[in-house]
Design a protein around this ligand. Structure first.
Ligand SMILES: *[C@@H]1O[C@H](CO)[C@@H](O)[C@H](O)[C@H]1NC(C)=O
Ligand SMILES: *[C@@H]1O[C@H](CO)[C@@H](O)[C@H](O)[C@H]1NC(C)=O
Ligand SMILES: *[C@@H]1O[C@H](CO)[C@@H](O)[C@H](O)[C@H]1NC(C)=O
Ligand SMILES: *[C@@H]1O[C@H](CO)[C@@H](O)[C@H](O)[C@H]1NC(C)=O
Ligand SMILES: *[C@@H]1O[C@H](CO)[C@@H](O)[C@H](O)[C@H]1NC(C)=O
Ligand SMILES: *[C@@H]1O[C@H](CO)[C@@H](O)[C@H](O)[C@H]1NC(C)=O
Ligand SMILES: *[C@@H]1O[C@H](CO)[C@@H](O)[C@H](O)[C@H]1NC(C)=O
Ligand SMILES: *[C@@H]1O[C@H](CO)[C@@H](O)[C@H](O)[C@H]1NC(C)=O
Ligand SMILES: *[C@@H]1O[C@H](CO)[C@@H](O)[C@H](O)[C@H]1NC(C)=O
Ligand SMILES: *[C@@H]1O[C@H](CO)[C@@H](O)[C@H](O)[C@H]1NC(C)=O
Length: 542
């Protein structure tokens, strides 16, 4: 998510670059009218997609509805709106959403506050009473003593159980967040690799002579720009991904460490407190009570934070799922992700297929009409003393209606045409005439190779770029996250929060019972002693 959010302009850049290639070719290479299809207007210049076009297209054709993501899950009270229910659904750019999620954690913050104040006051009162008017303990009851001991043991055991849940939960949470992160980084790397490959094929255009037959110089310059843009998008994405994933990973590691330390401290505290109060070491018990008083307030606040986190994770998972299932609706995720609608994407795809088709037709015509013809020297510019075996023609992957076509035998495939044609290059004299058998001059070969590279790049990577453009790629990524990672993320964030609740509550009651038990114990000891003393006295009297 973070990397998608961090760099939305990246997608825009690469799509518009791509769209530009398609339209540039469509327009100038193939000599059809300069009028661009309407969808391309406004996209071509400066890498800026005009949102209005996209919106109106989306609303006009596919979805009239504006889908509210995770609507039932996020139907919560909103403190910023007089505690009315918030109905905007999952929308992280909306402060009401955050306020209403934050409110779900409020009980823990309130408990933390109340605990801090009340227990603090109680401690003060106990302390004052102890210091000002020390009284002889009285009122020993065997039942009270036993009960407080039992409850003390019970809460200590609960604290231990809570620590175990917390520890296991954080371990599992850490590994599921890490694997989710790896998955996202991996998807980003796939994008980067594809973009780098596209940029490699487009780089061919650079090496072509100025008077190229296939690539007019203005088109070449544009391809050059686009290649640089795609290259820099790839670099930016790769850089952002590396940086973000590193800092996220560091953050996760820190959370993990913090939770382990908290679990350990609470465990230690519960154990020591239990031990000291059983042994009747009152000063140490009071020291631990002071520490525990603050720690418990802290862990209650952490409970709230993790409950909030858990709710946001669950909301996001539901939102992703609903977004994936409703590709046409306008949702809050569209504000973050620059997706174009399906019709536009399909148009781009067919445009790029058409460019590939037309380029191959031009190249094949050159081979059939020029290279493979043995012209007499008087043929003028078409003659360069071509001779030798005939060159295989290039396989056109599409029919003229842009349906997929199988290669006929004897045709070379786009991906290795440049390899195969190398064998047909002759050596040339200074006047550009072949002096050895061959059907291509090196210049001619380079231009054909460039044309082949550009059309192969489009043919091979257009579907991928279109997938980026209409967010199919993002949908697939989200499907992967919501199917494979969400259940674990939700479960283990809940474990952490449950573990924290159990630990906090158990330690909280333990603190109280350390004090109560300590008091009961003192009373018991005192009562026993005084009973013994009075018995003694009676004996003496007798
Ligand atoms: C849009 O949706 C509303 C109800 O949600 C419906 O009444 C209306 O006919 C729809 N319009 C179109 C063009 O689909
Ligand atoms: C990118 O190109 C390299 C080498 O040409 C190839 O091995 C790799 O599979 C390509 N990657 C993608 C995603 O097509
Ligand atoms: C065409 O692309 C391939 C692979 O990217 C590259 O090896 C080759 O040099 C390119 N051809 C030209 C003429 O640039
Ligand atoms: C793409 O950018 C990298 C550095 O980011 C650079 O090394 C490489 O030469 C560039 N490739 C092209 C074809 O411009
Ligand atoms: C999300 O919230 C922002 C800010 O309040 C708002 O402008 C936007 O329209 C909301 N998006 C949706 C889809 O409701
Ligand atoms: C887009 O439309 C094409 C056909 O027009 C269809 O095959 C494809 O599934 C659609 N994609 C989405 C995401 O709707
Ligand atoms: C090339 O061949 C095509 C048929 O394949 C023919 O229609 C066209 O006129 C020829 N062009 C030249 C320049 O010879
Ligand atoms: C392909 O492009 C040419 C010229 O740009 C156009 O005349 C033709 O109709 C297009 N073909 C299809 C199937 O769109
Ligand atoms: C060219 O590629 C096709 C399929 O990709 C393969 O069948 C053929 O053997 C290759 N030819 C050469 C010369 O590499
Ligand atoms: C034309 O090519 C042949 C080899 O195929 C060579 O023997 C001959 O000298 C060349 N003619 C000229 C005028 O260079």
């Amino acid at each position: 998510m973070v990397c998608f959010r961090a760099n939305p302009s990246f997608f825009l850049l690469s799509f518009s670059a791509f769209l530009f290639i398609s339209s540039a070719f469509g327009n100038s290479l193939l000599h059809h009218t300069r009028r661009s299809p309407e969808v391309f207007v406004g996209r071509e210049y400066g890498g800026v997609v005009q949102w209005d076009t996209r919106r109106s297209l989306a609303e006009g054709s596919a979805g009239n509805s504006s889908l509210i993501l995770a609507e039932t899950r996020t139907y919560r009270k909103d403190p910023l709106d007089n505690f009315k229910r918030y109905s905007g659904g999952w929308n992280i750019s909306n402060q009401h959403y955050w306020a209403s999620v934050g409110l779900t954690a409020a009980p823990f913050f309130i408990i933390a506050g109340i605990w801090f104040v009340l227990f603090g006051l109680t401690l003060c009162i106990v302390c004052l009473r102890y210091c000002c008017c020390p009284r002889a303990p009285f009122g020993y009851s065997r039942a009270c003593y036993a009960l407080s001991l039992i409850l003390l043991i019970f809460f200590t055991l609960s604290a231990i159980a809570g620590c175990i849940v917390l520890y296991t939960g954080q371990g599992n949470f850490h590994s599921s967040t890490t694997s989710t992160l790896e998955y996202v980084v991996n998807q980003a790397d796939t994008i980067v690799e594809n973009l780098r490959n596209v940029s490699g094929y487009l780089a061919a255009a650079k090496g072509v002579a100025v008077d190229s037959i296939f690539l007019p110089s203005d088109v070449r310059k544009n391809i050059d720009n686009i290649e640089t843009k795609i290259n820099s998008s790839a670099s930016t994405l790769s850089q952002t991904t590396t940086d973000n994933s590193k800092s996220i990973q560091d953050g996760l590691d820190a959370v993990r460490l913090a939770l382990i330390i908290i679990a350990a401290i609470m465990l230690f505290l519960a154990f020591l407190g239990f031990l000291f109060s059983i042994l009747g070491l009152q000063p140490l018990v009071y020291f631990l009570v002071m520490i525990g008083w603050i720690l418990v307030a802290g862990t209650f606040i952490l409970c709230g934070v993790f409950l909030l986190l858990h709710n946001v994770v669950a909301d996001t998972c539901v939102a992703m799922d609903e977004w994936v299932q409703n590709p046409t609706a306008h949702t809050a995720l569209d504000d973050i992700l620059p997706c174009v609608d399906n019709a536009t994407a399909q148009e781009t795809l067919s445009q790029s297929k058409n460019v590939t088709y037309q380029l191959v037709v031009v190249v094949d015509r050159m081979i059939i009409n020029i290279s493979n013809v043995n012209f007499p020297p008087i043929a003028g510019p078409l003659y360069f003393n071509q001779s030798g075996p005939l060159m295989p023609v290039l396989c056109n992957p599409f029919y003229s209606n842009l349906k997929d076509r199988q290669c006929a035998t004897g045709e070379v495939h786009l991906n290795n045409a440049t390899e195969v044609w190398k064998n047909y290059v002759c050596q040339v004299s200074s006047s550009g005439i072949c002096t050895t058998p061959g059907r291509l001059t090196p210049t001619f070969y380079n231009q054909m190779a460039a044309a082949v590279n550009v059309s192969y790049g489009l043919y091979r990577y257009a579907p991928f770029l279109v997938n980026l453009e209409d967010c199919t790629f993002v949908r697939d990524t989200f499907t992967g996250i919501s199917n494979d990672h969400c259940p674990d993320l939700r479960r283990f964030s809940a474990w952490i929060y449950v573990g924290l609740v159990v630990v906090s509550a158990a330690v909280m009651f333990s603190l109280i019972f350390w004090v109560i038990y300590g008091r009961e114990r003192r009373h018991r000891v005192y009562t026993k002693r005084s009973t013994a003393r009075s018995l003694d006295n009676e004996n003496k009297a007798i």
